[in-house]
Write a new protein. Structure first.
Length: 177
């Protein structure tokens, strides 16, 4: 099952890159690429948002006029699978820092690519929201670990203990008697 999760995660990353970076039609991306010069990079720096929470505050302030909810929720939700699947396919037990660091590196990479390519706009708030989404996904993973430990162990390829296979009550009954 772990092999399939790795494949799913790879497909998820490819879809993520397509949705975030290559969201425009091929012809439009080609036209953007044709304009790549030094001034395009400088223009990206001028339009970039380096001030934390600036865009988030704008979306909240103009919630009735913009597609604010879609942008805020979308930036969070798109990284929830990252935080959920990555610890399942990695062998780390204390995986939060691993998940957060990997999400941060990926998101910064995407944002810097957008900054210099003009295939999008750099926004520090996207980094904040995407990492929040990965953290929420990790919280979902930890909830699964608590309430479905046998499932998590099975996914991670670990052998289950006899009590987990038979049911906790069954094993506990025989241990006490």
């Amino acid at each position: 099952m772990r092999k399939w999760l790795k494949i799913l995660f790879a497909v998820y990353i490819l879809v993520l890159i397509k949705v975030i970076i290559f969201k425009y039609p091929y012809e439009q991306l080609y036209a953007i690429a044709q304009t790549w010069r030094k001034d395009v990079i400088l223009e990206g720096l001028e339009t970039a948002n380096f001030i934390p929470f600036k865009t988030i505050k704008m979306y909240i302030k103009y919630a009735d006029q913009l597609n604010s909810f879609e942008n805020l929720a979308g930036n969070i939700l798109v990284f929830v699978p990252f935080g959920t699947i990555l610890p399942l396919i990695r062998k780390y037990r204390n995986a939060f820092l691993d998940v957060f660091a990997n999400a941060l590196i990926l998101v910064i990479g995407i944002e810097v690519f957008q900054l210099f390519s003009a295939f999008g706009a750099f926004d520090v708030d996207d980094i904040i929201l995407n990492c929040l989404g990965a953290s929420i996904g990790y919280a979902g993973y930890k909830i699964c670990c608590k309430f479905m430990p046998a499932f998590v162990k099975a996914v991670q390829g670990e052998p289950m203990e006899k009590t987990e296979r038979m049911g906790e009550d069954y094993g506990t009954y025989f241990e006490e008697n």
